[in-house]
Ligand binder design. Structure first.
Ligand code: AMP
Ligand code: GLY
Length: 431
């Protein structure tokens, strides 16, 4: 099928979204609304995504073959294939793809690389030292008069970070990562950094290696239990925009962190194309980078995507072609969006699977249920992971968006459903 834009005839293309989480369902959903996109495939996808292709995210050759055969523009959701070089491979094969190269993905795949990068480029982050020797690490901790965070260098599915309240906890964290090797090879080296106590928010921008367009601000809820207690998870809910990042702070983050990162990468001859996510801690009105991700956040993606009033596909193409400055400004729905993650009881530790989920038909049209750990079987939707669904709703105020989301949360159920009851409350308290 062809259509005409600005007097040019453009063929419609297919899109291949790589991944299987809530983020990928939200991206597939948004991209399927583009007038330029014919079919959105998702590999491997989940119980909510359509046109699933049974190729795993680490089978880069298989994904390339599928993309080539089906004339796809590929969009990569998670970090692992980016760190493994999926974009480099697709570029070699002249297949169109959105996301950073392996070198650029080091901002996420090696926390040590990222910290060194920030240090040499004066990007604000917590003071730190790097160790591979547990004895020296312990001596260092004992010499400090502030609390620390101990981090494994490599990718550890969001779990390789231990926030410590005392020297004893820090020493035990060193043992866990460097000696017991709980996170395997990812823990061959560690970072010990100053614990910054402040307010945390997510700042995500879309870059083409030259400029970076900010996405709407958001705030995640990483701990498993209400009031930010219990162990860290991939994220139990998020809302957008967050009042915590006002215009003044937003400008500061954009200039001191995002633009500086893209420019410094370019100066080091690394072209950063894709989503750049800065996990920010705000202390005394100053932002510090806690971590970089080289992709959309999950669940931040779900509320951010619901507020987009522009054709995301066009911007993915422009990012991948180094052409973002030629694009019109983006616009956002003047509403709040809230995503409540419904998880399997027990997550982030052991949990049960294969429980039937019911009630989808009762969810109001003010919300959208994005699937994450689900699968389809005999016409039923079954739970298939720790984070199962992301119930996301819009509202004219943060309060109404929260109410709309929780109204739908109550409609969907399965035996071991668990969710936080306070998603968005941090934003309300701040307001
Ligand atoms: P990360 O995976 O590096 O984002 O760390 C996971 C979580 O640990 C973050 O979302 C923060 O809540 C916390 N964290 C990481 N680094 C620090 C730090 N330097 N100070 C305080 N909290 C931190
Ligand atoms: N929600 C945090 C992350 O995507 O890393």
């Amino acid at each position: 099928m062809d259509y005409i834009v600005e007097k040019k005839i453009i063929s419609m293309v297919n899109v291949l979204v790589v991944g299987s989480g809530g983020r990928e369902h939200a991206l597939s959903w948004k991209l399927s609304h583009s007038s330029k996109v014919e079919t959105v495939f998702t590999a491997p996808g989940n119980g909510g995504t359509e046109n699933n292709v049974p190729i795993s995210v680490d089978d880069i050759d298989g994904l390339a073959e599928f993309a080539k055969k089906n004339n796809c523009f590929t969009v990569v959701g998670p970090e692992d294939p980016l760190a493994a070089g999926i974009v480099d491979k697709f570029n070699q094969l002249e297949l169109k793809i959105f996301g950073p190269t392996k070198k650029a993905a080091q901002l996420e795949s090696s926390k040590i690389w990222a910290k060194d990068f920030m240090k040499r480029n004066n990007i604000p982050t917590a003071r730190f030292e790097i160790f591979d020797d547990p004895k020296k690490a312990q001596q260092y901790v004992e010499s400090l008069d502030y609390n620390v965070v101990v981090k494994a260098d490599g990718l550890a599915a969001g779990k390789g970070v231990i926030v410590c309240n005392s020297n004893e906890e820090a020493i035990s964290a060193i043992q866990t990562i460097l000696v017991k090797k709980t996170f395997g090879e990812a823990g061959n080296r560690i970072i010990i950094e100053e614990r910054i106590d402040g307010i945390e928010a997510s700042y995500i921008a879309l870059s083409d290696g030259k400029i970076a367009i900010p996405m709407a601000s958001s705030q995640d809820h990483k701990r498993i239990f209400d009031n930010d207690t219990g162990p860290n998870t991939g994220g139990m809910g998020a809302y957008s925009p967050t009042p915590i990042i006002d215009d003044v702070l937003s400008k500061k983050i954009q200039e001191k962190i995002i633009d500086k990162t893209i420019q410094s990468m370019a100066n080091e001859e690394i072209d950063f194309r894709g989503f750049l996510y800065a996990g920010i801690m705000i202390r005394d009105n100053e932002p510090y980078v806690l971590e970089y991700n080289v992709r959309m956040g999950d669940p931040e993606c779900q509320p951010i995507t619901m507020r987009m009033d522009f054709d995301l596909f066009d911007y993915f193409v422009a990012s991948s072609e180094g052409n973002l400055s030629s694009m019109p400004p983006i616009s956002w729905k003047n509403q709040f969006a809230v995503c409540v993650v419904l998880a399997s009881q027990g997550y982030p530790e052991a949990y049960s699977k294969n429980e039937e989920i019911t009630g989808f038909e009762s969810v109001s049209n003010k919300s959208h249920v994005f699937h994450a750990g689900t699968k389809k079987s005999d016409g039923k939707i079954l739970s298939n992971g720790g984070r199962v669904l992301g119930v996301t709703a819009l509202g004219d105020t943060l309060e109404s968006a929260i109410a709309n989301a929780y109204d739908s949360v109550d409609k969907v159920s399965w035996p071991h459903k668990y969710f936080r009851k306070d998603i968005g409350q941090k934003g309300l308290a701040y307001l």
